[in-house]
Ligand binder design. Sequence first.
Ligand code: AMP
Length: 211
Amino acid sequence: MRLIIFGPPGAGKGTQARLLEDHRGLTQISTGDVLRDAMDQETTLGKKAKSYVEEGELVPDELVRALAEQAIADEGYDDFVLDGYPRTDQQAEWLTEFLEEHQTPLHVVLRLQVPNEELVRRLSRRRVHAETGETYHLDHDPPPDDVDPELIVQRSDDEPDTVRNRLEVYREETAPLASYYEDRGQLVSVDGTGGIEDVYERITQVLDELE
Ligand code: AMP
């Protein structure tokens, strides 16, 4: 199955994509994770992306296009869930063309809907494990006691000013893609509020109906 998990920062895209990976064998393709790894390793890509990511701005389209297309090709054009790509009209058009060239169109674009105040609450309390990338929420899903607290960190782009900017960039550049996919008959909206398992259950229902 080929799908996009779509929604604002903090909607739970990464969390749900990882569950889809564990339970349905889909590979999570997260452009954000690839960029953060490249930044940690100080590769050429990482150096180019750093200032954009740290300020909550979008990295230039050409850079993310290359890494998304490479990741899809590595998966053999099937059984993937795109998390955080596409984020602009240009990226969406490139993706459509790329998948059409390989006769592998998307099955569905799942849009996670979460009210704005809830997004801000989630992002400000989000923490990540510096080594595994596992995400936690200080109130609802705290790190287990046996995890070294020094390894539990806040993403620099989860700090309040950057969060505001990321939400603004999402509203302006990315949210309009919902109509692009709606016009193509590919968009399905899913309530992204409540517990992680509740949201996953709603996603499962949508996917089971498509199969
Ligand atoms: P994420 O982990 O998906 O929230 O992405 C973190 C950051 O990586 C974003 O705020 C952007 O700076 C950058 N990024 C990730 N995916 C894309 C994309 N598709 N287009 C442009 N920038 C991206």
